[in-house]
Design a protein. Structure first.
Lengths: 114, 114
């Protein structure tokens, strides 16, 4: 079973920030938080991942709470092309012999409205 | 980032036949995976494709139904055997790049079984 809880769907106005929450209250110390998105009829696209510090890249920012039990993915200026299902996944990072596998939950359908 | 291609992109097959899906990565990767996405559902991991040895299957998936090969570091095949309409899904290849530990996905193969 997926270890994360996400809202089923969210709306966001074009040009505004989209804040997608994820609850992972049972996260272990060696588990990272990964975010992927899947635009209709395409394969999932990697967005960002983090362990405990906040992370930012050209696509998004990831804010992880101090207790690591929840996180928020922020798309700073949502466009219509950001409409997709967003998946939050917790998994150990490879290394040290770990064979981590990305297990997908149901995700959040983000609909960016014009 | 690793670029993953799949062949065929889609196919329509008759019940009882088999289809082999090819996955090619443009660079050497440490691990390769196969996922299934049934209509309207999230992704489900089928197996980890191991180079030069038998694949590691997830619960509910067996080698006789989904034989997998991985002859080298950049190529893998998944065969869907003795197909039934319940096998109609999108099948996705995924690969993890060792240099970044990031996992990427192919565009998927859309299979319809009549």
């Amino acid at each position: 079973d997926a270890k994360t809880t996400q809202p089923t769907s969210m709306d966001c106005a074009e040009g505004r920030a989209a804040n997608l929450p994820c609850n992972h209250s049972t996260i272990s110390g060696n588990e990272y938080v990964y975010w992927y998105r899947q635009i209709h009829s395409q394969g999932p696209q990697y967005i960002i991942h983090g362990l405990k510090n906040n992370e930012t890249n050209e696509m998004a920012s990831l804010i992880i709470t101090e207790d690591r039990k929840s996180s928020t993915l922020i798309l700073p200026h949502a466009t219509l092309r950001d409409t997709a299902v967003y998946y939050c996944i917790v998994s150990p990072r490879p290394g040290g012999g770990a064979t981590n596998k990305l297990i997908f939950g149901t995700g959040t359908l983000l609909a960016v409205q014009p | 980032s690793a670029v993953i291609s799949q062949k065929p992109s889609r196919d329509i097959c008759q019940r009882g036949t088999s289809l082999t899906i090819q996955c090619q990565v443009d660079s050497q990767v440490t691990m390769m995976f196969w996922y299934r996405q049934q209509p309207g559902q999230s992704l489900t991991l089928i197996a980890t494709a191991n180079q030069g040895s038998e694949a590691t299957y997830e619960s509910g998936f067996v080698i006789d139904k989904f034989p997998i090969s991985r002859p080298n570091l950049t190529f893998s095949t998944l065969t869907v055997s003795n197909m039934s309409p319940e096998d109609s899904s999108i099948y996705l290849c995924s690969a993890r790049q060792g240099s970044t530990d990031t996992q990427y996905f192919g565009p998927g193969t859309r299979l319809t079984v009549l």
